[in-house]
Structures are given as structure tokens and as C-alpha cells.
Ligand binder design. Structure first.
Ligand SMILES: [Zn+2]
Length: 128
């Protein structure tokens, strides 16, 4: 598998632009209609290259939770310890993001956005 950073960046561009507008975007395959998260040039399920971008509602359910005690880089050290989740969006795509501490697998969550340094990041918080 060959990847390079500039290709990955341009593939993710619609997603990254969405973040700055506080919208989560995902790709949907027009061949098999399944949804996936950003930065693929082909469908991860059927291999078709017929992918279109959609805006997500930002709502979904927690699929997995991790608490990060030691930040992987200086940029995240100020946030540690923090909670990361993998969320299955209503549209079916899975996405990793920050989360409100204490969220549990199966919780209904919605995405909010926050600025950290020069990045817009996603944080999922429980609904209701
Ligand atoms: Zn497909």
C-alpha cells in the first residue's frame, strides 16, 4: 500500500473544510451505498471508486471508549487526561473523536466542535 501525506490531505479536504464549518462529513459509496469516514479513494467494502460526500447529523452511538492519560504529542498534553471515543454515526460511518468524560459504550451522543491550537476538533457529548 502506498500513501503519501499530500494525497491523504487532499482526500480529507472536504472533511477538514466541514470541521471549520462545524459539520461532520462522511463518504457514501454509490455502488453499495455503505458509509465510511474520510480519506479513502475507494469504498472499503466493495472497492468502487464512486464515493460522494454527505453532511452528517453529527449524532450517533458510542462504539468504543478509551481514556488517554499520556498525550501522544506536545499539542495534546494540555488536554490530558482526555476521553476518546469511536462513534457510529446515524449514517453508518464510524469516526473517532474526543468525548465528555464518563460516556459509555451505547450512549447516544452528538458532535460539538472546539478549537485546540489551530485545529478544529470534534467532541461527542451525551444527548439528553
Ligand atoms: Zn461500496
Amino acid at each position: 500500500m502506498t500513501t503519501n501525506q499530500s494525497v491523504m490531505t487532499s482526500l480529507a479536504q472536504p472533511y477538514l473544510e466541514g470541521l471549520t464549518q462545524q459539520v461532520l462529513r462522511y463518504q457514501q459509496c454509490t455502488a453499495c451505498s455503505r458509509a465510511q469516514t474520510f480519506a479513502h479513494d475507494a469504498c472499503q467494502f466493495c472497492g468502487a471508486e464512486a464515493l460522494v460526500w454527505h453532511n452528517s447529523t453529527g449524532r450517533g452511538h458510542v462504539h468504543a471508549v478509551t481514556v488517554v492519560g499520556r498525550a501522544p504529542s506536545d499539542a495534546f498534553r494540555a488536554l490530558a487526561p482526555y476521553t476518546l471515543v469511536v462513534v457510529t454515526l446515524e449514517e453508518g460511518a464510524r469516526l473517532m473523536g474526543h468525548a465528555t468524560p464518563g460516556v459509555k459504550i451505547g450512549d447516544a451522543v452528538t458532535a460539538i466542535f472546539f478549537k485546540h491550537l489551530d485545529q478544529t476538533l470534534v467532541r461527542f457529548e451525551p444527548i439528553g
